[in-house]
Design a protein. Structure first.
Length: 124
């Protein structure tokens, strides 16, 4: 006799098995590689990542998903170019952007996949 839980059949896509608060390339792959989202707010806090690394980060939250997008240097520059330097809350709120997967991101000296922000083709 086993004490193993019975569970239920998992019905989602494999990338959904990773429990994370942050939007990843896997999340975008599920919806075809890109998607339009609406900024609801910009937030900041100290965050502990996998492996115990702690960092003070800024992120963007969106109407369409519960996951946030950590603002790296490249995405910060894009958001500033699109919406300006003035206080993101409230000036970026309600603005639409497209999130997409970039296969040529440099991270710690390696080429990796990353989530990038670009102008929403339907306007802001």
């Amino acid at each position: 006799m086993s004490d193993k839980p019975q569970g239920k059949d998992f019905e989602g896509d494999a990338p959904q098995m990773k429990d994370s608060n942050w939007i990843s390339c896997d999340d975008l792959d599920i919806i075809g590689g890109s998607g339009t989202v609406t900024i609801t707010r910009v937030a900041e806090d100290d965050v502990t990542f996998e492996g115990g690394r702690e960092e003070h980060v800024y992120w963007v939250e969106f109407k369409e998903t519960q996951k946030g997008l950590i603002i790296n240097a490249t995405n910060r520059e894009t958001l500033i170019r699109l919406f300006g330097k003035k206080k993101p809350n409230p000036s970026w709120q309600g603005k639409k952007v497209e999130l997409y997967v970039d296969d040529n991101v440099q991270f710690r000296g390696k080429r990796v996949r990353g989530v990038r922000v670009r102008e929403h083709k339907g306007g802001t």
